[in-house]
Design a protein around this ligand. Sequence first.
Ligand code: AMP
Length: 303
Amino acid sequence: MPEILVVGSVAFDSVETPFGKAEEVLGGSATYFSTSASFFTGVNLVAVVGEDFPDAHITSLSKKGINIGGLRKVPGKTFRWKGYYGYDLNQAHTLETHLNVFSSFNPEVPEEYKDVPFVFLANIDPELQMKVLEQVRKPRFVACDTMNFWIEGKPEALKELLKKVDLFVINEGEARELSGEASLVKAAKAILGYGPKTLIVKRGEYGALMFSGGSVFSSPAYPLEEVFDPTGAGDTFAGGLMGYLAATGELSEDNIRKAIIFGSVMASFNVEAFSLERLDTLTLPEIKSRYSEFKQLTHFEDI
Ligand code: AMP
């Protein structure tokens, strides 16, 4: 049985970076997440698209082994996001968000997905994330992501959700915004106080930090010479992380550390091209080889 259930956005993105422009390309938090996770394990997708969404995109998700039984096509337009990045590629600037078919979406988890052990609530309205979580029977591990749009728009619903998740993954600016703390250590303490057992703070080109109980783990980002488009890096990171955890089935801190490196490996590939172009050509040997490079990158001897 496929091991991960994900709900999140499936979108058309229009993105501008200092290096180029893409109009209405395939994007969305659930799209990036499921594509990344599909390198490690089976994925069940729950989302909605409009009538303008080409069947070819759906077929390509399915060809990756992603189970699309929970992907609804309904009258209306697909979710759209428009944004740009300046030379600080860690900071996405949203220009437009059109929820379209997501604004009236009532997610229904297909019966055969309800016993899936790993659940990822990718970035989307926290009320929808909660509706999905309520339909799953006894998940072993629940993780979620969000962004400033929802922190500002639906803070109460988000805090309710955080009471029910094992792992919360957000980026640095959002951790500060949600907690109201400038220091990341204080922000992490405050956010762990909302409920999650583990917090991972994504820091773009500076890597990721994990806070869990009393311990902290720091992972670098892969030192790429060129980053073309950071869109989807966070979701691709989460896909690698959850994919590895689900594939190995082990939730020790040591294994979560390895999963963070797999997440970082996947994100480092994704930013090399627009949309899902790089993930579409990626191979398992490339993933393994970059994992080894990460090990080398962070290795140092004891004193
Ligand atoms: P990230 O991994 O953080 O770069 O996420 C990028 C993806 O998030 C894009 O492909 C967008 O379609 C999607 N996105 C942007 N804004 C929202 C939103 N408010 N809700 C859900 N998904 C969004």
